[in-house]
Every structure is written in C-alpha cells, then in structure tokens.
Design a protein around this ligand. Structure first.
Ligand code: IPE
Ligand code: IPE
Ligand code: MG
Length: 247
C-alpha cells in the first residue's frame, strides 16, 4: 500500500525544501565514481518533483549546489555542471506538460556560460506555468544571500529609497533571493547528516526538520510521503503553549 492515502491533503506543507545529500557515498558504496551517484540522483529529482506536483505542493526548493561546493575537485564540478545542463534541456518539455515553473536562487554569475544559458532558457520557457514552483538553489549559500541583502539595503538607504527606521522583518524578507516565496514549513535532508550546510538559514526559522538515512539516489515518492506524514504528526507551536495551539 502506498503511504499516500494516509496523507491529509488539507494539511500539506505549502513549501518543502530538500538538501539532496549522499550521492557520492551512494556511488562509492557500490565501488563507483562519485559522478555515478550524481547521475542517479537525477532520477530522484524527477520522482520527487512529480510526486510533489501530484500532491499539490505549491513550492519545492532543491539544494542542488552550494557556494562551498565550488571547492570540490574540478572534474566533479564540471561533471555536475554538465549534468545540470543536460537535465534541464531534457526536462523542460516535461515541466511544461506538468505546469511546473522553474526558479533559481544563487550566485548565477559563478556558473559556466553553458549552464547559465540553459537555466535562463528554462526560466523563460516555464515562466507562464502556474502549478508547482520548483526552486533550484544553485551556487547558493545562505550567508551569500544575507550579505547580498544587506548590501542592497545599504544601497537603497544611501540612495534615499529606504528609511532605516522603517526596516522590519518584512523588509529583510523582501531583499532575500526567496522574496517571492513563503518560508518552507518542512525541510528534509537525506543521507544521515544532521546539519543545515548554509541553506536558507533565515527562512527555516520555524521549519520542521526531517532527517533520513536514505541516500538521495534512493529517495523516492514513498520517502517523501513518509516525511510529510511525520510533519503532519507534529504540533507547530511558534512559541506558544500546546494548550494555546490546540484550543
Ligand atoms: C549531494 O551529494 C550532491 C551535491 C552536494 C552536489 P554529495 O555529493 O554531497 O554526496 P556525499 O555527501 O559526498 O555522499
Ligand atoms: C549540501 O551538501 C549542499 C547540497 C546538497 C547541494 P554537502 O554535502 O555539500 O554538505 P556538507 O559539506 O556535508 O555540509
Ligand atoms: Mg554531501
């Protein structure tokens, strides 16, 4: 039986964020090259995007490449960029068929031209879609994003467009790369690591965190359902007491 039938469709998270981790170890455990793991990770991306769209999730953010990942061996970085371009080109028609819109957050100027171009094309070609919003965090890190936001705020203050005394939490939110999206309610990390690795530090303030041992290339819809069911069992208190929340 699929766990899907147990999910309460009225209490779905609107936004799920995933740290897709464990590709390298998955491959090495089979005596393969790390890139073999990344290659197989694409099948999981496809399955989870499809599963999220079927459930009616509105936003799915996938951490695909961090600012820190640029420090990996050259061949791995090049392999990942190649895989990104190939996957995007191949998937855009399917995304369009499923009404899925792509967004990207991250320092895109760091990407090689072919990757940058493929992304711009995909953003453009899916821009009219109104179903699932698929947000790729690419060359992304939260500290990069926050520094960027502070710089933009400082510039706007300097140019007289923003008065410091009016700056509130909403203002800060508007200067983030994620300004168009609500905060994730559920954050999933695969492969048994219990850390955030510079991902959405501000936006995850009240997210429910879900960690699983499953390596990303083995993560499929049923694993996603399991995470959502776990999320639906939790009481989100936002600082209040349990009694306040349940009454
Ligand atoms: C996640 O898998 C994918 C990226 C970071 C690009 P890893 O490549 O980090 O896999 P492990 O953690 O080494 O197993
Ligand atoms: C986080 O995974 C980044 C992505 C999944 C893209 P890493 O594997 O790079 O994180 P650390 O280095 O183990 O913290
Ligand atoms: Mg990793």
């Amino acid at each position: 039986m699929s766990l899907r039938v147990l999910i309460d469709e009225n209490r779905l998270p609107e936004h799920i964020a995933i740290i897709m981790d464990g590709n390298g170890r998955w491959a090495q455990e089979q005596g393969q090259d790390r890139l073999f793991g990344h290659f197989h990770g694409v099948a999981s991306v496809r399955d989870i995007v499809e599963g999220s769209a079927e459930l009616g999730i509105k936003y799915l953010t996938l951490y695909a490449f961090s600012t820190e990942n640029w420090d990996r061996p050259k061949e791995e970085v090049a392999g990942l960029m190649g895989l990104l371009v190939e996957t995007i080109r191949k998937e855009v028609p399917i995304l369009n068929k499923n009404n899925i819109r792509i967004h990207v957050i991250g320092e895109l100027s760091m990407l090689p031209d072919h990757a940058h171009n493929a992304l711009e094309e995909a953003l453009d070609m899916t821009s009219a879609n109104t179903g699932l919003n698929l947000i790729l965090a690419l060359s992304y890190s939260s500290r990069w994003e926050l520094v960027n936001a502070v710089k933009k705020i400082a510039t706007d203050v300097q140019e007289g467009k923003l008065a410091p005394e009016t700056i509130g939490q909403d203002t800060l939110q508007q200067y983030l790369a994620t300004s168009a999206f609500p905060d994730p309610e559920l954050m999933i990390r695969t492969s048994g690591e219990y850390r955030i690795s510079n991902f959405l530090l501000y936006q995850l303030a009240y997210a429910e965190l879900y960690f699983t041992q499953t390596r990303w290339p083995d993560f499929r819809k049923e694993n996603l359902y399991e995470a959502i069911l776990d999320f639906q069992k939790r009481e989100r208190r936002f600082g209040k007491t349990s009694q306040q929340v349940s009454s």
